[in-house]
Design a protein around this ligand. Structure first.
Ligand code: PEP
Ligand code: MN
Length: 377
């Protein structure tokens, strides 16, 4: 935080502000210019009594210089960011390898999820996804998931996906809707919670997930601004939880052709500038069109995603939800291969890229020479 003093602030007023900050336990550093004085405040800014400081004589404005989402924010220097790895079961996300989480939109029967797990494994993906309780936009859709009627049905549905995952050595990712159900999911043995788009701002659910040991994939709400989303992600992390994964799954826009607008620019912003957390790309919900899932997923990887979340079904033509965007088994196999090639390419290009922070230092030093060379005619 910077405290900007008014141009007419006296030395005594500046000293009084410093004394107040020291009294509150903060360290300060002063920058005295010809016009104004800035006081840098170091320490835990979240407990700074902003109102009290603003009211001190000579203070013009308090300027935040760090992100409001501290834990979800990228750490390290701009040209040397620090990335955090998040394991799902034994599968490391945000590490050296691309992770593919694939499976049906919903768990529909024991036979269906078993066959889905087999095809996910055969395709070379590492984790199995599947919803047991589904969020539906219409109350008349009929299908709300195997586990939607009561606690017993939820337990039975969760047991099916856990059994299928274990049979094929695939950690499981399952969406949760109700904060009260957290222990039921944990006891069932799932490996990762998914917070769906409609719950992106569900304060009670996010608060509850602070205390689970399991990782959480938090999907971006379709009307959440890039950084506003990170502040909702931060909510799960306050208190010290670190194993959280970002997910871009499309936002609302003027586009009607695709189900949502996959915000590739924000994927790049999350990975290269704003956050150190692993980023997943979900082009299934991002596009809602089976044949667009493949190219849009690859674009997400090139933009910075290290995790692919994708819907696939033994026969998407008879899927009970989101069949229109579910990949056929053959398509999943092709996608996993292409995704890994794309990942290898991006990692190489990342190593070759010269960050602006590095180049700027060099170019700053030659500004005067360049001005003379380029503008002096
Ligand atoms: C899903 O993953 O099946 C799902 C419904 O996703 P979203 O919450 O992103 O719409
Ligand atoms: Mn779905």
């Amino acid at each position: 935080m910077l405290v900007k003093m008014r141009p007419d602030a006296t030395k005594d007023e500046v000293a009084a502000v410093e004394k107040k900050l020291h009294g509150l336990g903060y360290k300060t550093g002063k920058l005295v210019g010809t016009e104004i004085t800035l006081i840098g405040v170091y320490g835990d800014i979240s407990r700074l009594p902003v109102g009290e400081i603003e009211e001190l004589a000579g203070v013009e404005q308090l300027i935040p210089i760090s992100k409001a989402y501290k834990r979800a924010a990228q750490k390290g220097a701009p040209d040397r960011p620090i990335y955090q790895a998040v394991p799902i079961g034994g599968v490391v996300c945000g590490g050296e390898d691309l992770v593919v989480i694939a499976g049906p939109c919903s768990v529909e029967s024991e036979a269906q999820i078993m066959e889905a797990a087999r095809l996910v494994k055969e395709a070379g993906a590492q984790c199995l996804r599947g919803g047991v309780v589904k969020y539906r936009s219409s109350p008349y859709s009929g299908w709300e998931g195997l586990g939607s009627s009561d606690t017993e049905s939820l337990k039975r549905g969760l047991a099916l996906i856990v059994k299928a995952g274990r049979a094929f050595g695939l950690p499981t990712v399952v969406e949760i809707l109700d904060p009260g159900d957290v222990p039921i999911y944990e006891d069932a043995g799932i490996d990762c919670f998914q917070v769906g788009e409609p719950n992106s701002k569900n304060q009670a659910l996010l608060n509850r997930l602070r205390t689970t040991a399991l990782p959480v994939i938090h999907k971006r709400g379709n009307s959440l601004d890039t950084e506003a989303y990170l502040l909702w992600v931060e909510r799960i992390m306050t208190g010290g939880k670190e194993n959280v994964i970002l997910c871009e799954r499309g936002i609302a826009s003027a586009t009607r052709y695709t189900r949502n607008t996959l915000d590739i620019g924000s994927v790049a912003a999350f990975h290269y500038q704003l956050s150190g957390l692993p980023v997943a790309v979900d082009a299934s919900h991002g596009t809602g069109i089976r044949d667009l899932v493949h190219p849009a997923t690859l674009a997400g990887i090139m933009a910075g995603a290290s995790i692919v979340l994708v819907e696939a079904h033994p026969n998407p033509l008879i899927a009970k939800s989101d069949g229109f965007q579910g990949l056929f088994p053959e398509q999943l196999r092709t996608l996993v291969r292409a995704a890994r090639e794309t990942w290898t390419l991006r990692r190489r290009l990342d190593r070759e890229y010269q960050p602006s922070a590095v180049l700027e230092r060099d170019y700053m030093g030659r500004m005067q020479a360049d001005r003379e060379r380029l503008f002096k005619s």
